[in-house]
Design a protein. Structure first.
Length: 338
């Protein structure tokens, strides 16, 4: 009647599952999250740095002759990937003494003084709030509009590259019985829909501020859906914390995002998510096997004992033997082909 096998079979199976998940590139921060992974039916993605490389390139400049220079000076104090791509395209030194009063407006753009003149750089929504009419680009990408003292100067378009692992990762999730994939992004709807159509995302929500992402996630979590969110940036931390399971990119992800997440992808490869879900399903199967086998043997031996049909060796087997079998069965998780 000693419960050794029963007590050891669950935690040992979870430890083996956590170890196997790390082998496939997913660091899971607890057995409760490993068990919950198998129940995920909706996976929500951030775009930049998660589904795309986050390495932007300038693909269109339309407006004043010195537009790229103004864009580079305006964005030079920002760490955003789009800002860095514009500075890189300018490819000249930045005289920081010409820049004053730099202010970033989250999810919209920035305001800066260059050579004693007020400049605004940002997306279409920001410029509409300022009452400035904008032109539309020929290329598909993220648009940075530029204005000087409320006078529109033109726009710069930068485009991101989809990661090689993104399309296989989305397909693997659908094979793992994830019924819905969603992308949340602050980008313009044209860019968002273009990328979503290429990689096979089911739903797209664009032009979102960081707080809008949390609101949209909560809507998706309704009706008893189990929702995972995958992101990499500081702005993603609230969404990662709010979701049922937060998944952060370990390489390109910010420290804040990694801290807020329940699962960290060590290789920044979203194909690891489907592999981790498979590990969760297999671990759950092994746990049920261990519990069922342990209870059947122990109850069976106890019943036989009532009729005097057992001996010491059967008692040893029902205790130590079953424990060893449960340990060996749990180890199968580590050697399961992914």
């Amino acid at each position: 009647s000693c419960p050794c096998a029963l007590v050891i079979s669950i935690p040992l199976g979870l430890y083996a599952g956590l170890g196997k998940a790390s082998k496939v590139g997913a660091l899971i921060k607890g057995g409760n999250y490993l068990e919950l992974l198998k129940d995920i039916d909706t996976v929500v993605f951030d775009k930049t740095g998660t589904l795309t490389e986050g390495s932007f390139e300038v693909v269109e400049i339309n407006g004043a002759d010195d537009l790229l220079m103004l864009g580079a000076y305006g964005e030079s104090m920002s760490n955003h990937p789009i800002a860095r791509s514009i500075v890189k395209a300018y490819n000249k030194g930045i005289d920081s003494t010409r820049i004053e009063d730099f202010k970033e407006i989250a999810g919209k753009g920035l305001s800066v003084v260059i050579d004693q003149k007020q400049y605004e750089l940002g997306n279409e929504k920001y410029f509409h709030e300022l009452g400035i009419e904008v032109s539309q680009p020929q290329s598909i990408g993220t648009i940075v509009h530029i204005a000087c003292q409320k006078q529109y100067l033109g726009h710069i378009v930068v485009a991101d590259v989809i990661k090689e692992s993104t399309m296989p990762g989305i397909q693997d999730l659908k094979k793992a019985h994830v019924s819905n994939t969603v992308m949340l992004t602050g980008d313009h709807s044209t860019v968002a829909r273009d990328i979503a159509s290429k990689i096979g995302i089911d739903q797209v929500y664009s032009d979102l501020l960081p707080q809008d992402k949390v609101t949209q996630l909560e809507k998706l979590m309704g009706n008893d859906h189990v929702v995972a969110f995958v992101g990499d940036g500081i702005n993603d931390a609230p969404v990662l914390a709010r979701s049922d399971i937060g998944i952060a990119m370990g390489g390109v992800g910010s420290d804040v995002a990694i801290e807020a997440a329940d699962v960290v992808l060590m290789s920044d490869d979203i194909t690891s998510i489907a592999k981790a879900i498979q590990v969760s399903h297999y671990t759950n199967f092994i746990l049920k096997e261990n519990v069922t086998f342990t209870l059947l043997i122990k109850i069976g031996v106890l019943v036989l004992t009532l009729f005097g049909l057992t001996n010491m060796w059967m008692g040893v087997f029902a205790d130590v033997g079953v424990t060893l079998i449960a340990i060996c069965n749990s180890m199968r998780i580590l050697y399961k082909k992914s």
